[in-house]
Design a binder for this molecule. Structure first.
Ligand SMILES: Cc1cc2nc3c(=O)[nH]c(=O)nc-3n(C[C@H](O)[C@H](O)[C@H](O)COP(=O)(O)OP(=O)(O)OC[C@H]3O[C@@H](n4cnc5c(N)ncnc54)[C@H](O)[C@@H]3O)c2cc1C
Length: 392
């Protein structure tokens, strides 16, 4: 039997997050907007820490972190539901107690220095694979690492690295065997900032609480004990990092779309033209209806992808579909919501233009629309997935 209902526990957790967002985050929206308009960060470090602590005191910490590290180890479906709730506000927030999935490949000694402090929020990481000449085709990276005695010497440049400005260490990917390339010749290094890499901020269109940066490695010396995983096996780690939750990005966008559509419905009832509310016009109703259908389709794509993750299935096809649909549709929806608000939608009095700028990124990072389409089409053409999906 197909059952689309939530369990009592899922509903309780979802409702707890919904309340947290309404009580703690939504009231901050005007101030976050004001600060961002003034070129400042939406939430200060201390404010973010305080919010995370509040949640932690209520037992909400480490959403997907294994219990042995003090986390909640929640399912993918539950995590997606949480992301939807967090997405309903533009206040940039995520719960604390999180570390990059690939840091769990660290050995015991590395875990003490990197994994545990990252989970505790004492150290910040960044994931550095993209280069000026290698984005979608990440296999084409040119950064090199050569062995000198007991050290590796890294040379190269990374770009668009989220959090690269304030990260304490980078998980940086470099070619250690040119002949093998991505197939056994790329290694991941844990490179502390004080080992000598430099970062420069990159100004972008959207608001971004962890500003991206270019990172320069100019003869940076990393001790051999800082290899994460096996020498030569870094590319698989990079793919694992990227694949950690493609469904989570559209899940957050889904929350934003729900909120935006609610704004549009409300505004359409209040705004009158030619003596009637615009809600009575078919042109407006169609925009509302199309958005509602697309939101619902996105919900099921996201939850189905998450369910596949929880079921231990190969979820890559479903995740690509959710990411693609989320990126394309969220951008159409925010555009319609702006249209329904007329001139007001285009002002900075309302946050719609902010959502508009932010949601645009979803079509670009962690696999562009085109790369998702490429993945989906190739899976079908090669027979790795069927048009009928999991129900056959
Ligand atoms: C805000 C932001 C944060 C980011 N954070 C990180 C991070 O933390 N770490 C990190 O390593 N990277 C990060 N990235 C990099 C991001 O993942 C890349 O920008 C993305 O993968 C696209 O690569 P590119 O910019 O080089 O575009 P390109 O690969 O040069 O693509 C240019 C265009 O060509 C299209 N295209 C490329 N190949 C094909 C093809 N085979 N068929 C059809 N069309 C194709 C693309 O879809 C795109 O439209 C971030 C980027 C941004 C903007």
């Amino acid at each position: 039997m197909v059952d689309f209902s939530l369990s009592d526990t899922e509903r309780d957790i979802r409702d707890w997050v919904r309340n947290f967002v309404q009580r703690e985050l939504t009231p901050l929206e005007p101030e976050v907007l004001r600060r961002e308009r003034a070129g400042e960060r939406g939430l200060g470090k201390d404010e973010l820490a305080e919010l995370r602590n509040k949640a932690r005191q209520a037992g909400f910490w480490g959403v997907q972190t294994p219990e042995e590290y003090g986390g909640m180890d929640l399912s993918a479906v539950m995590t997606a539901l949480i992301e939807v709730e967090l997405g309903r506000t533009f206040v940039p927030f995520s719960f604390g107690g999180y570390a990059d999935n690939i840091l769990y490949h660290a050995n015991e000694e590395q875990k003490q220095r990197y994994l545990l402090p990252t989970i505790e929020g004492q150290r910040k990481s960044c994931f550095a694979i993209t280069e000026p000449g290698a984005g979608s085709d990440a296999k084409n990276i040119r950064t090199t690492a050569r062995k000198e005695g007991s050290e590796w010497v890294i040379d190269g440049e990374k770009t668009f690295i989220t959090g690269g400005i304030d990260a304490d260490f980078a998980m940086v990917f470099a070619v250690t065997d040119k002949d093998k390339g991505a197939d056994g010749g790329v290694t991941c290094f844990l490179a502390d900032r004080d080992m000598g890499w430099k970062s420069e901020p990159i100004d972008i269109m959207g608001e971004w609480d962890r500003m991206p940066a270019s990172l320069v490695f100019d003869g940076v010396r990393v001790p051999e004990e800082n290899v994460l995983g096996e020498v030569g096996q870094g590319f698989a780690l990079a793919m694992q990092w990227i694949g950690r939750g493609r469904y989570l990005l559209p899940a957050r966008a889904l929350g934003g779309c729900e909120h935006l559509l609610e704004m549009a419905v409300q505004y359409s009832k209040e705004r009158e033209t030619f003596g009637e509310p615009i809600a009575d016009r078919q042109a407006i109703q169609w925009m509302i209806a199309d958005s509602a259908v697309e939101i619902e389709a996105l919900r099921w794509l996201v939850l189905q992808a998450a369910w596949q993750v929880d079921s231990g299935m190969d979820s890559r096809h479903a995740q690509s579909m959710a990411k693609l649909h989320g990126g394309v549709r969220a951008n159409e929806i925010v555009d319609r919501v702006m249209q329904i608000h007329g001139g007001m939608g285009y002002t900075r009095e309302l946050p719609i233009e902010r959502w508009y700028r932010d949601l645009r990124l979803l079509r670009i990072f962690e696999g562009t629309d085109e790369i998702q389409r490429r993945t989906i089409a190739r899976n079908l053409i090669k027979g790795h997935a069927s048009v009928g999906g999991v129900l056959g």
